[in-house]
Write a protein that binds this ligand. Structure first.
Ligand code: GUN
Length: 293
């Protein structure tokens, strides 16, 4: 069994990006600049956004954090987005999700200029991804592709079972794994909360990608010997022994499942760290006008 080390892989990618930023700076080019809008004080979201800003600083990007109370109106948020769309200093920006209930998330995501949509959430980028055109890919699925590629995991002709159909992970992951490309070219089954007999599908899987947010959903009896298991779950569960008061639990019962696997991601330290690296990569591509050349 090989542990897929997301932390190490993320650091390697960020070092590659930092080296490129240093070159851009040396030649007097535009230093990539990422802006992030954070609405409210959700613990997870605050941590994620802070980590994104810290990553920018570490690799030499400019960054701007824009924070609002969760009482902000949709209109005010849309005005800020239009302003960022027009600001030439900002190469890319994200609106951290989830947003408060009184704000229409789809409307907000559609307001972002697709050329600055480094989260890849705008329907134009989603459509371009589906069509196989150059697009910003959402960070978590893109990070999983990086892990598969850097560990040279065979995906062609394999049966990949994706569990969870969110717009952020499950749905784009299933599309990318089905593409005629490497990593990809797999036979893909997309399972979700209304799948009848989930173990029937997971037991056939060469590659399982679980993105549900239900700790311990995937048990050892659901996994074929030699399978590759990618765990996207990061549920906070109370843990008095931790300074933060919680620990992160994946969707996979790691201790029982790991011995059966050829490759498996730990939680934390698996998929999570790659998400930030891929956001940085998208921001670099935005600064270089690579996607919409
Ligand atoms: N919430 C959970 N994942 C993400 C992400 O990748 N980007 C944004 N903006 N919000 C998220």
């Amino acid at each position: 069994m090989t542990l897929l080390d997301g932390k190490k892989t993320s650091e390697a990618i960020q070092q590659e990006i930092a080296a490129e930023v240093a070159e851009i700076k040396a030649s007097g080019g535009k230093v990539p600049h990422l802006a992030a809008i954070l609405v409210g004080n959700d613990g997870g979201s605050v941590t994620y956004v802070n980590n994104k800003v810290l990553a920018c600083e570490r690799i030499g990007f400019g960054s701007t954090l824009i924070r609002y109370e969760d009482t902000i109106s949709e209109e005010e948020l849309l005005i800020k987005i239009k302003e960022l769309n027009l600001n030439d200093e900002i190469d890319g920006f994200i609106v951290q999700l989830p947003l408060p209930k009184h704000i229409d998330t789809e409307k907000v995501l559609e307001a972002v200029d697709p050329q600055k949509d480094v989260d890849g959430f705008h329907p134009i980028n989603v459509g371009r991804m589906v069509a196989g055109l150059p697009a910003y890919l959402p960070a978590t699925p893109a990070g999983i592709l990086q892990l598969l590629e850097r560990y040279q995991i065979e995906t062609r002709g394999k049966h990949c079972v994706v569990i969870g159909r969110s717009n952020i992970v499950g749905s784009p992951m299933s599309i990318l794994m089905s593409k005629c490309a490497y990593p990809g070219d797999a036979t893909v089954t997309l399972c979700h909360r209304n799948t009848v007999d989930l173990p029937h599908y997971t037991r056939q899987a060469d590659i399982i990608i679980a993105a549900v947010g239900k700790p311990g959903l995937i048990t050892a009896d659901m996994v074929k010997e030699g399978a590759v298991v990618i765990d996207v779950g990061t549920t906070r569960v109370p843990d008095a022994t931790k300074k933060s008061g919680y620990k992160l639990k994946g969707d996979v019962d790691f201790d029982a499942v790991a011995p059966k696997c050829s490759f498996i991601t730990p939680v934390p330290g698996g998929v999570g760290p790659l998400t930030i690296a891929m956001l940085m990569k998208n921001t670099l591509r935005a600064a270089k006008s690579e996607v919409y050349a």
